[in-house]
Write a protein that binds this ligand. Sequence first.
Ligand SMILES: Nc1nc2c(c(=O)[nH]1)N[C@H]1C(S)=C(S)[C@@H](COP(=O)(O)O)O[C@H]1N2
Ligand SMILES: [Mo]
Length: 188
Amino acid sequence: MSFKRLPPGQKLTDDFPVLHYSHVPKIDIEKWQFEIKGKVKNKIKLSFIDFIKLPTIELKSDFHCVTGWSKFDLLWKGVLFKDIVSLVQPFAEARYILISSKDGYTTNMPLKIAMDDDVILAFQYNGKPLTLEHGYPLRLVVPKRYAYKSAKWVKEIEFLQDEQLGYWEQRGYSNSADPWNEERYSWR
Ligand SMILES: Nc1nc2c(c(=O)[nH]1)N[C@H]1C(S)=C(S)[C@@H](COP(=O)(O)O)O[C@H]1N2
Ligand SMILES: [Mo]
């Protein structure tokens, strides 16, 4: 059976819609910090200048919002999440992550999912810095999950032994969120 690039129930769009649960936060790039905390050997706090000194890559991936739109071939530049993981060295009991954003949004996933080789902390889209509405200065991109896992305005990632649910995961959206299996709601 061939792999269907467009997941079931999704419609392809050419533009790049902007979607978030609340407001676009104010960002002061001078004061901005990215923090990794919790069950890791090397906790880190990086300014934006230091973050972009990490080894970066460019990659293309698709994007699938649970409300039904998908977009193909988004070009991101940033740091692979698994490179961050090598840097912070999680303890063996760290099995989950909780991502927190400047607008108060949170989302979560098993560390294993975030270790996939297409999961990136992106600071550029299509060769330009992220726009504020798409998550400036830094967003997570998790192409194989519905886009509510792709947190914008990321400021903190906590490594956890026990799972903690994020904003939509607490409100009836699927925790696993696999688009090809149409895991949209937690009561399915
Ligand atoms: N911080 C934050 N990240 C977020 C959201 C949000 O409300 N706040 N919404 C999510 C949802 S549901 C979607 S579809 C995508 C939309 O990303 P975009 O606005 O760049 O298209 O952001 C995700 N990341
Ligand atoms: Mo979404």
